[in-house]
Design a protein around this ligand. Structure first.
Ligand SMILES: C[S@@+](CC[C@H](N)C(=O)[O-])C[C@H]1O[C@@H](n2cnc3c(N)ncnc32)[C@H](O)[C@@H]1O
Length: 319
């Protein structure tokens, strides 16, 4: 018998598989982030409270985490520019004129404000009708938002910001006293340790490493070692650590490190050449195989304290 929380996790996983079917490794990591975000939100804030989603991207992550469901005809690849991946080029930063989202179920919470520095991602977010307000903002600068305003400030992208300390201070500034700052963070050392080349001690060579990196490391401008990050947090007054836990690592990282990332461009091209009926047929079969293969693993996965690559950190602003 599966517990209620495992059933919710599997439901969320199905939603992410539908959304990221060509990149199932993303579905796995987003599911573990989402279940933690959902539990934390449900436990700590009410529907009337003000939620700030920092670096919300296209909004779908938070939409699914809070119980939203999207149609099978919709996914992450409906409006992208398929050029070669690099740190400087983001295929998802694009929106077609006729972009549409099929919403099957609305999330149980509304989000007061979402921010991101990519206008096309904010335009996609708008279609979800989840955010009351969307703000175009570069996190290297101060938020154009009032002090002491939000009950819950969430970010899973703080390590993308070069001046991460200032960014954390700014997130704290806009949080209310007794409000929360909730982070999902990667660290340089925990990330490097979990890479295939470091886990297996097999050298696949620089070409392999360049292909599987796909520009990701270069985009994480504020990535710190765990020790450096903890020191930064310690140096910010008025934040109390409520919980600080490993989220995922070990085998999930091995899966994520390669995943379908290297083959994404041709896979996407192939999928685009299908007519609508065939697309749904192939996608449905594809997702069923992936789900059946991984259901047991997803249901039972627990991060090891030592092997974790990403952490979940809940902080309370006490002053
Ligand atoms: C990995 S995505 C996460 C998006 C979303 N939170 C999610 O989970 O799907 C990282 C996001 O951070 C945004 N981002 C990166 N650096 C930024 C910056 N300096 N200012 C604002 N947004 C930034 C990107 O545009 C992107 O949407």
């Amino acid at each position: 018998m599966k517990s209620k929380s495992t059933k919710i996790l599997l439901d969320i996983y199905k939603e992410f598989l539908n959304y990221f079917w060509l990149r199932p490794e993303s579905a796995i990591v987003q599911s573990f982030r989402a279940i933690e975000l959902r539990k934390t939100v449900y436990q700590r804030i009410s529907k009337k409270n003000k939620f700030l989603d920092v670096s919300c991207g296209d909004g779908v992550f938070t939409f699914i985490a809070l119980g939203g469901k999207l149609g099978t005809s919709f996914d992450s690849y409906k409006s992208i520019k398929n050029k070669q991946r690099s740190a400087k080029f983001d295929a998802y930063d694009h929106i077609d004129k006729n972009f549409k989202i099929k919403i099957l179920k609305k999330p149980s919470y509304k989000i007061d404000t979402g921010t991101d520095w990519k206008l096309n991602l904010l335009k996609k977010s708008k279609h979800l009708k989840l955010f009351k307000k969307l703000v175009l903002h570069n996190n290297e600068k101060r938020f154009p938002l009032n002090d002491n305003h939000f009950d819950f400030v969430y970010s899973n992208s703080a390590y993308w910001v070069k001046n991460i300390k200032q960014h954390l201070i700014d997130m704290k500034r806009v949080a209310k006293k007794n409000g929360y700052l909730y982070l999902h963070v990667k660290f340089k050392d925990t990330y490097l340790a979990t890479l295939i080349k470091n886990q297996t001690k097999i050298s696949f060579g620089p070409k392999f490493e360049k292909i599987i990196d796909g520009g990701r490391y270069e985009t994480w401008k504020g990535l710190k070692t765990k020790k450096e990050f903890d020191k930064i947090l310690d140096g910010i007054s008025g934040l109390k650590v409520i919980s600080y836990k490993p989220l995922y690592g070990d085998i999930i990282m091995l899966i994520w490190d390669i995943g379908f990332r290297p083959l994404f461009k041709p896979l996407f091209e192939m999928s685009k050449s299908l007519n609508k009926t065939k697309y749904i047929k192939v996608k449905t079969e594809w997702i069923k195989i992936l789900y059946d293969m991984s259901e047991n693993f997803i249901s039972n996965y627990k991060p090891k304290k030592k092997g974790a690559m990403e952490y979940t950190i809940l902080l309370k602003k006490v002053y």
